[in-house]
Design a protein. Structure first.
Length: 458
């Protein structure tokens, strides 16, 4: 935020150097105010993520919170995240809080980064190569999102300020081994992530010190014992800077400061998980090759003439590909997922279908949910033109409350014509997790307003 405000000030000053300084003063002031508001009001975007679960060993993760005293971020460390290495950013992620939801969530949960999922040895999930943020969750954080037996799930997430209380201030934990001439410091109980830590002895200048892999800075006295009182300066991800005086050094203790990062206004919309609407469109929605996630759609078929072709280029309804199949002896095709989708998150589905030739009452379609509970069948007559079928759950599946399988089955004892199926999709709420790259951020409508103002002014 500080950097943004400084940029706004520079922009205003440049305008004041024009020939019409007096005329531009009001415009510059308005521009400055808009810049500051845009910097202050941050829209936390709900993103699509991925999660696994693990059992933590040792003393509480790479962020060193398990060793620290008086840790209180407002979120239990049992709700911990091991964040992928691409988002670790020199321990900046330590102590950052997230709102998460998953396929079984009744409401979003709050979690906190307190460990690292390193790339080495975890390339498949924490490698960071597939442009989706991966979080390895402790069991208490994973279980509200989905059954742990599912292994890997997609989530919805957004970064939030940690819900520290109004009386909780930033703490500096001095690690084991700290002494008058050397100190190691882990910051705790901060509302936002910390991008930079600086240390200065009494009478000295600040030095920027990178945190090590255990989330603490280490400082050796410039000439013997550290001159006290020293000062520790912290820069938040919001740009705010606070300075904390440190009067004593004592190993394995926490010094509680009198400061906390200010709470920036944010949007209050909760990050509710919404399933992807696409089941098939040019390809089956099954994630990345070699990586199976519980919500991926998979297939099964029986009594087919040849194999089902999911890459047919024969007159697709849209795009460049369609599903092509031919059934014999009451054969069929199933598309299914390991995670049932409750009707609270989807209200129906639609698909398009046609045949090489017309065939009356050729195919039955229905769905199944948990425990193989099946809906009544919808009978389809094939034509050579694409036809859309909509299947509303409140009307066509009144005996069910969730879906995990779609089934098309021939009603014919002999061979069917070639059957083509395309653009299979769920009807889901309009707002859901975006597919914005993992390190992107968004602003509120004020940013758009600022952009329009800049266009008009220049």
């Amino acid at each position: 935020m500080v950097l943004q405000v400084q940029t706004c000030l520079r922009a205003c000053k440049r305008r004041q150097l024009t020939k019409k300084i007096a005329d531009k003063m009001n415009t510059a002031t308005i521009l400055f105010i808009l810049c500051v508001l845009s910097a202050l009001v941050t829209s936390q975007t709900c993103m699509k993520g991925r999660a696994t679960t693990y059992t933590q060993t040792g003393s509480g993760g790479a962020c060193n919170f398990g060793n620290a005293k008086n840790v209180n971020f407002g979120v239990s460390l049992n709700m911990g995240i091991a964040i992928q290495e691409a988002n670790w950013i020199g321990a900046t992620a330590c102590g950052e809080c997230y709102e998460l939801s998953g396929p079984s969530s009744s409401k979003p949960i709050q979690t906190i980064v307190q460990d690292l999922c390193p790339k080495q040895g975890n390339e498949q999930w924490c490698g960071g190569a597939d442009n989706i943020v991966h979080m390895d969750l402790l069991p208490d954080a994973f279980s509200p999102l989905a059954a742990t037996s599912l292994g890997v799930i997609y989530t919805a997430y957004k970064k939030i300020p940690c819900p520290v209380s109004s009386t909780t201030n930033i703490g500096l934990y001095m690690v084991v081994g700290s002494n008058p001439s050397w100190v190691g410091i882990t910051p705790i109980n901060h509302r936002y992530g910390i991008t930079k830590m600086e240390f200065a002895e009494n009478g000295g200048s600040f030095q920027t010190i990178a945190r090590n892999s255990n989330n603490f800075i280490a400082y050796q006295g410039a000439s013997g014992n550290i001159k006290l009182p020293a000062q520790v300066r912290l820069t938040a991800t919001t740009g705010e800077v606070v300075t904390i005086p440190l009067a004593t050094i004592s190993a394995s203790t926490t010094f509680t400061s009198s400061v906390q990062f200010a709470l920036n206004p944010t949007t209050t919309t909760s990050c509710d998980y919404v399933p992807d609407s696409t089941i098939y469109s040019d390809a089956l929605n099954s994630g990345l090759a070699g990586k199976t996630v519980a919500q991926d759609w998979r297939t099964n078929s029986w009594s087919t003439v040849g194999s089902v072709n999911f890459d047919s280029t024969t007159n697709p309804r849209s795009g460049s590909k369609t599903i092509q199949a031919q059934f014999s002896n009451y054969g069929g095709l199933q598309i299914f997922t390991s995670v049932s989708i409750p009707f609270t998150k989807t209200t129906g589905l639609s698909f398009w279908i046609r045949g090489d030739s017309a065939s009356t009452n050729a195919v039955d379609f229905n769905i199944e949910g948990d425990n193989s509970v099946a809906s009544p069948k919808l009978t389809i007559s094939l034509t050579t033109s694409w036809q859309q079928y909509s299947f509303t759950f409140a009307t066509n599946a009144t005996n069910m409350n969730n879906i995990k399988l779609l089934k098309w089955q021939s009603r014919l004892g002999g061979n069917t014509p070639n059957i083509y199926i395309d653009d299979v999709s769920l009807v889901v709420p309009a707002v859901g997790p975006s597919t914005i790259p993992p390190n992107s951020a968004s602003r509120t409508g004020l940013s758009l307003l600022l952009f329009v103002v800049l266009i008009l002014l220049y």
